[in-house]
Ligand binder design. Structure first.
Ligand SMILES: [Zn+2]
Length: 181
């Protein structure tokens, strides 16, 4: 079984490496020139939430940080700071999604082991909120707020032209709904 999974990954990579189409040309171009992503996306690790796919983008366009529940700690902040300061990305998007297992786990009282680090952070965002969709939105807005605070203190990044937004991806319809604070 494990071998089948490994085979599947290896075969998939072989197909990718052997492609001779537009995607392969883009791969060679971005490998030679370096990356110039125009947006940073903080999304959930959920296998149904693939930012490059749902925004219909290709290689080199999005600088993506994925972590269950799209929560933020210092490692994520370091990645974001790198992309903002050195790759000059001017938009940061925190992207939650409907049907998020991490938000559900937090609503059910939190997880165990290392999962607790994630659910504790989500519970902090939720307060008394128990509606799943509203909870998802609050978790996103908590991330937006955290980023704004974090980068207000890091003056080496020109904050005045850095846009930080939140949105929720709807699994069923495929639509990204931008949140207004
Ligand atoms: Zn999720």
């Amino acid at each position: 079984m494990k071998q089948q999974i490994l085979d599947r990954l290896e075969q998939g990579n072989r197909r990718w490496a052997e492609r001779r189409d537009e995607a392969a040309a883009l791969r060679r171009r971005t490998a030679a020139r370096g990356q110039e992503p125009y947006a940073i996306v903080v999304a959930c690790s959920d296998s149904r939430v693939i930012p490059e796919q749902l925004f219909d983008t290709g290689l080199g366009e999005l600088f993506v940080i994925r972590v269950a529940g799209n929560v933020l700690d210092r490692h994520q902040l370091g990645s974001i700071e790198y992309a903002a300061a050195h790759l000059h990305c001017r938009l940061i998007l925190v992207l939650g999604h409907t049907g998020c297992g991490a938000v559900s786990a937090a609503l059910s009282g939190g997880g165990e082991g290392y999962i607790q680090y994630i659910t504790d952070e989500i519970l902090l965002a939720l307060g008394e909120e128990r509606d799943p969709l509203r909870a998802c939105e609050k978790n996103v807005l908590h991330g937006v707020e955290l980023l704004r605070r974090a980068f207000a203190e890091h003056l080496e990044i020109p904050c005045e032209d850095l846009e930080i937004r939140g949105a929720v991806y709807e699994l069923e319809s495929g639509t990204v709904r931008w949140l207004e604070e």
